[in-house]
Design a protein around this ligand. Structure first.
Ligand code: SF4
Length: 396
């Protein structure tokens, strides 16, 4: 997988003050990728060292009052051409910089204060459709013993739990909020395993409960809150779905967004939210663009077919009627399932980084769909699914 990375994050002394800002998490990531270093400011042949630059009023100024807007534009366009030649789907850029900053930049007062906005170069890359993140995202997604990766597995996908080198097991019934009476349906196990997969710290939940079994949204999301309490910042949801004819086919999928059609929301039930001032949760990037880009890169490198699409969460347990499938198609839905949406809402409320993977085991609404055929299809794709998840874990 290819990526472009701010040269200063890789330790190259290109900053305005003649220094660098190497980031260990980025250096570690760069070992696993085909990296092209970029620095739009040196590409513009601005002197090093020089006074710091910041954006103000839509232009870029050095602290001594020199307008360097055109230099920043020229250097950014030169580095955009480099990114195009590299064919990189991912850019990791230095946070807050007037050229490389992502979403937040210095505010033009040279006091260290920040404002919403994009660096000149970051904006060009985003317009190009490249996933642009700062080193803060890479650091936030990097697993450790304190911050293992949570993996919640759906119907027929629980075999991944067997890959875990276990340190500790936890019966779901010992998890706060998980219903005492819940028993696993076929294809699910109710014991979480803390341990490692390929030396990456993980907590694997090999099964889940569903709204259609009569549980509340708060109960079905109890595993997410448990993972958060264990320190997990990344959470991978894997679920079996039906592919919506015309938008997807049977096979592995990467969730790009979701539509919650269950009529439930865990945040409307969650006791702790009753005490906070603002229960509103930003869902504009429910599935982490960074994790999605890594997953697609892993799939492409490994020759694994991975379709991208929107997931619709249905209450179930009845499968979709032809009219419902037609409605889902018109809504732009690729995958329909009976889980995940409420868990994703809970994870985002806890500010976790979410990756959604699915196995479309059948066409949504098809007459020959039953639980056995779902399990049989999951078995057929189990090797690719395992390679995909292991590849993503190794990349983090
Ligand atoms: S933030 Fe970007 S432009 Fe500034 S030194 Fe680093 S790579 Fe160069």
């Amino acid at each position: 997988m290819r990526a472009i990375v701010s040269a200063c994050l890789l330790g190259k002394p290109v900053r305005y003050d003649g220094g660098a800002k190497p980031c260990q998490a980025v250096l570690d990531l760069a070992q696993k990728l085909e990296v092209t270093p970029v620095c739009p400011e040196t590409a513009a042949r601005l002197p090093v060292p020089r006074p710091p630059a910041e954006q103000r009023g839509g232009r870029v100024w050095l602290r001594d009052g020199t307008d360097v807007t055109e230099d920043f534009r020229r250097g950014s366009e030169e580095m955009l051409a480099v990114a195009r030649r590299a064919g990189a789907p991912l850019a990791v850029l230095k946070a807050k910089s007037p050229s490389c900053g992502v979403h937040v930049i210095y505010d033009g007062t040279y006091t260290g204060s920040l404002t919403e906005g994009e660096g000149v170069y970051a904006r060009l890359l985003e317009e190009e459709g490249i996933c642009v993140v700062s080193e803060e995202t890479v650091q936030s997604c990097k697993p450790s013993v304190e911050h293992p990766v949570a993996i919640v597995l759906g119907t027929g996908l629980g075999h991944l739990a067997k890959l875990v080198k276990p340190v500790r097991r936890i019966d779901y019934h010992d998890i706060e909020g998980f219903p005492e009476s819940a028993r696993p349906v076929r294809g699910h196990d109710f014991e979480a395993t803390i341990g490692t997969i390929d030396d990456v710290p993980v907590v694997v939940y090999p099964g889940r409960i569903h709204l259609y079994q009569g549980y509340s949204a708060s109960e079905v999301t109890s595993l997410v809150r448990h993972a958060f309490r264990l320190g997990c910042r990344d959470i991978i949801f894997a679920c079996a779905t039906g592919a919506v004819e015309g938008n997807a086919k049977v096979g592995l999928g990467l969730l790009t967004d979701q539509i919650n059609l269950t009529g439930r929301n865990p945040l409307a039930e969650w006791d702790e939210l009753r005490d906070v001032d603002t229960p509103f949760v930003d869902m504009s990037e429910a599935f982490s663009p960074y994790l999605r880009t890594l997953a697609q890169g892993v799939a492409d490198d490994a020759g694994i077919g991975l379709q991208q699409g929107v997931y619709a969460g249905m209450l179930g347990p009845s499968f979709e009627t032809p009219a419902e499938v037609a409605a889902l198609r018109a809504l732009g839905v690729s995958f329909a399932g009976m889980s995940t949406v409420n868990e994703v809402i809970m994870a985002r409320a806890l500010d976790m980084n979410v990756l959604g993977l699915t196995l479309a085991t059948n066409m949504a609404g098809s007459a020959d769909t039953d639980h056995s055929s779902v399990l049989a299809c999951a078995e057929r794709y189990s090797e690719d699914f395992e390679r995909l998840v292991r590849g993503v874990l190794r990349m983090l």
